[in-house]
Design a protein around this ligand. Structure first.
Ligand SMILES: [Zn+2]
Length: 136
């Protein structure tokens, strides 16, 4: 129910408020009421708009129900979007870590190759040193 202020005063001397009702009997019909209508107020009430035709009383609530369904779907999609955005953030973090690993791989293999070469070279030197020299 929305409202704006009118230039008319209610029984308590305050400006009345223009509100809109969305009941099936009066969908979208505006009325004047006390500012404190929601909690009782002074009881001032008057219609701002004329009575609605029978067709409007059927069509407008139907449209409102469809609008509510669509809004519900939009809300579900927004919730799903938030979940997917959170998953996307996690995947981006994982992707960043994997990318760092991939960039570090050549360096890792280079060091591994140096270790292997020094191991093989050391083994060759041991074998060369262990072989007795045959001097005649
Ligand atoms: Zn009042």
């Amino acid at each position: 129910m929305s409202h704006t202020t009118s230039s008319i005063d209610c029984y308590c001397g305050r400006r009345v408020v223009i509100r809109t009702t969305w009941t099936d009997e009066n969908p979208g019909r505006r009325f004047l009421s006390c500012l404190h209508y929601d909690v009782g107020g002074c009881g001032y009430f008057d219609w701002e708009d004329p009575p609605m035709c029978r067709r409007s009383k059927v069509v407008i609530p139907g449209l409102l129900r469809k609008l509510n369904l669509v809004n519900g779907e939009v809300k579900k999609l927004e919730d799903e979007k938030k979940k997917l955005q959170q998953i996307n953030k996690k995947l981006e973090r994982s992707n960043k870590m994997l990318r760092r690993l991939v960039y570090a791989m050549p360096g890792f293999f280079f060091v591994l190759q140096l270790i292997w070469i020094s191991f093989v070279a050391g083994k060759d030197e041991k074998e060369a040193g262990a072989t007795p020299l045959m001097i005649a």
